[in-house]
Design a protein around this ligand. Structure first.
Ligand SMILES: NC(=O)c1ccc[n+]([C@@H]2O[C@H](COP(=O)([O-])OP(=O)(O)OC[C@H]3O[C@@H](n4cnc5c(N)ncnc54)[C@H](O)[C@@H]3O)[C@@H](O)[C@H]2O)c1
Length: 310
């Protein structure tokens, strides 16, 4: 276990509650601050629902969901924490107000990792007198089941913060990547946006139904991509010559496809087409039921492949 034993979670909505479940499962204590008056009920129920999957993934060694506490203020929540995961709403004034409140209450050496999806590290650092504890630790929803965390630091970040954060996250089963150049959406959301752009284009053009385009993903490239990334997979796509042979063979094909890819916009008509398509596919199921199926599938895939990754 890394040196980090006590954590705090600021903002316990969709992302914060999931982080809290994972930190608890790893045997850390978690102190939550969220101004929502129902936060404690919501988080306790989230942890209870997430626990069986975390147990199945063997992420709950020596852990108990009881090491969960709630604080009345952000400053109180972080006071003893060695690692703080910040998941307050994606609005710069709220992030800055949170940092201003916690900065003087942080323990020496504490790390503050922001889950932000779209704000830059530089913009977040403006909320600090001394931004050395701050790092971007961007998860993928839900963080207790999807391993990826994208890390961003810059020259104003403390020199050991990146290594200590990597050690902490990897110790609790995460897979980290380092973002070397800030771009909106980091890496993974840009990849999603690129693929979804073409899915939307094909739906609008009537190439196939929304349902069939989704099926083409999960039954085809999606399954391969859960095993390996696209460039490594293409390294295997032209025999022993590897990626060089693949590119020699298919470069004109790919350049032609890239020239032909669509550039749709999510206007009212396009959105209606997608919503109608997804509704006809999911019929009477609630989003909670679909999310439960997704989580069951994610847990099963990772459980079945865990031993192949280590
Ligand atoms: N939803 C996603 O898929 C996703 C994925 C990755 C990262 N993120 C990032 O995670 C962060 C949180 O997003 P979310 O989707 O969980 O939002 P959310 O709206 O579900 O949750 C935000 C929580 O913060 C609480 N809150 C409001 N003001 C607060 C304050 N001053 N201090 C502490 N808590 C406060 C709210 O009560 C709410 O429970 C954002 O920065 C977002 O970009 C979201």
């Amino acid at each position: 276990m890394s040196e980090i034993k006590k954590t705090a979670v600021l903002g316990a909505g969709v992302i914060g509650a999931s982080w809290a479940a994972l930190f608890l499962a790893s045997g850390r204590s978690v102190t939550v601050f969220d101004p929502n008056e129902n936060a404690e009920t919501v988080v306790r129920s989230y942890v209870e629902q997430a626990w069986p999957a975390l147990e199945e993934l063997a992420l709950t060694d020596h852990a108990t969901p009881d090491a969960l506490a709630f604080a009345a203020t952000a400053a109180e929540a972080v006071r003893d924490a060695q690692f703080v995961q910040e998941n307050v709403p994606e609005r710069l004034p709220i992030k800055h107000a949170t940092y201003a409140e916690i900065e003087s209450a942080l323990a020496a050496g504490a790390i503050v990792s922001s889950s932000t999806s779209g704000l830059t590290l530089e913009a977040l650092q403006e909320g600090w007198r001394d931004p050395t504890p701050l790092i971007l630790g961007h998860p993928f929803n839900p963080p207790h089941l999807i391993p990826l965390v994208e890390l961003t630091v810059n020259e104003a970040t403390g020199s050991d913060v990146l290594n200590r954060t990597e050690a902490f996250y990897e110790g609790i089963g995460k897979v980290t990547i380092r973002i070397k150049k800030g771009m909106p959406g980091h890496v993974a959301n840009r990849l999603q946006a690129a693929v979804w752009r073409e899915a939307v284009h094909m739906a609008v053009e009537g190439v196939a139904s929304v349902e069939d385009i989704d099926k083409a993903m999960w039954a085809g490239p999606g399954l391969r991509w859960a095993a390996m990334g696209p460039t490594t997979l293409f390294h295997l796509g032209a025999g022993a010559g590897g990626l060089q042979a693949f590119c020699d063979h298919f470069k004109d094909t790919f350049n032609g496809w890239w020239d032909d890819l669509g550039d749709p916009r999510l206007d009212d008509d396009v959105i209606k087409k997608l919503v109608d398509g997804v509704n006809s596919q999911t019929q009477e199921q609630s989003t909670q039921e679909i999310a439960a199926q997704r989580d069951e599938m994610l847990t099963a895939i990772q459980k079945a492949t865990k031993h192949l990754r280590t």
